[in-house]
Write a protein that binds this ligand. Sequence first.
Ligand code: ASP
Ligand code: MG
Length: 476
Amino acid sequence: MKVIKFGGTSIGTPDLFLRVAEIISGRFKKEFTIVVLSAIGGITDKLINAIEFSSSGNQKYIGILEEIKSIHYVFLSKVIAVNNQHQTKDQLDKLFSELENKLKGVFLLQECSDRISDSIVTFGELLSSTLLVESLKSQGINSEFHNAKKLIRTNSNYGDADVSFSVTNQLLQEWYTGLNQNQIPAVNGFTGSDENGYVTSLGRSGSDFTATIIGGALNASIVEIWTDVDGVLSADPKVVSSAITLNRLSYNEASSLAVLGGKVIHPKTIAPVEKQNVPISILNTFNPKVKGTFIGNADNQNDVEIKTITFLKNLLSISIYETESIYGQKIYARLFGLLAQLEIPIITIIKSANGQSMSIIVQSEFEHLFLEKIKSEFIPEIEKNFIGNINSRNNLSLVSVIGISQNVKSLIVRRIHDVLDNYGIHSLIFLDDPYSLNISFIVDAPEVEKTVNVLHEEFFGESITSVKESKAVNFG
Ligand code: ASP
Ligand code: MG
């Protein structure tokens, strides 16, 4: 049994939608296959937009709702056989009127709770899955929609809910035993529900996660994630035009990549399948013949020196200098308490060995909030001069070299330093964790593109011919 998931761009046009239906039925003929679907590309953003308008009492939400409807009607007319269109339209209209009622309620109250918001933003998946099932049926292929709301149990952290795996795994296993093996089950991605039965969303791009939750619970042979690129690349192709597709990654490399800036997979995706040793394959709907990237247990890990180079932009460092290091532990405890309370994710922390300064790197969007709260939290210490300066430095980037071959790590680290030196790139903080096969360092944001390119040239240079010229163009 396998799980296959298609993202929004993969079903972004009626033609692509039909191609996806073809891939699905082809897969199903070979092996029982569960399908997970995202919303049609752009629909989730439109739903969020509609909520913004309606909750501020702006009637523009009606126009957005109309756009959403007309996009789905166009699909309806092209992906469903004529005889079945009427019946499918009724199903879509039922969903549209539910959606309209919710938005109207939000408009009248001029307020949208996170709970209601989740019940609205997950509509895109309901609509696309309905279309898929009806499209398959109208082609004579047996298929049925199964609402993920009944299968994936989460907490009530609306917007980015956490999955309760013990309950979910049981729900999925029971569900699976009752499935008709001659019928393709289609599940709406991105969606779950809490203990009280309220719909929750799994965070933006969460349909990948849905697929691996199902694949892990049912011990699938593989989870295929169909997207709009050939697989995981050696660097962001928008930055490095000569980036190459990677054949395989370990689970650890894939989750590092997802956290450290690679956008192909959602960061939560790896854990549910890693435990069960279920592999993931990243495939391209636009180029289905390409082998893609295989993510699984470590194997052939020494065939290349490094796997990929990623970056995170828009980072901020906040540094605290103590004058009385004796207070250090207590200050750090309060500082971390503050970060937890404000729900600010920490990118990294660097503490001086003499215990007198600590820098915390977070996303720049938290600058105002974080600085303000730190300053008010530590008023007494600042007044007594136990804390000296609190400095912030904006516009930083974290560059990461991921998947360094075990036996050559120290050599690779030296080469990274040499490359940075040769190109006059100053790394502000270098993070070399001896237990990890990744290296990360902070550079000023304007240096990031150049840094990624010169490192890519160093490690993937043999397969690249034009970087030198493009460097002259890109960086003058
Ligand atoms: N449709 C949702 C989003 O746009 C979930 C997904 O595509 O994975 O974030
Ligand atoms: Mg995606």
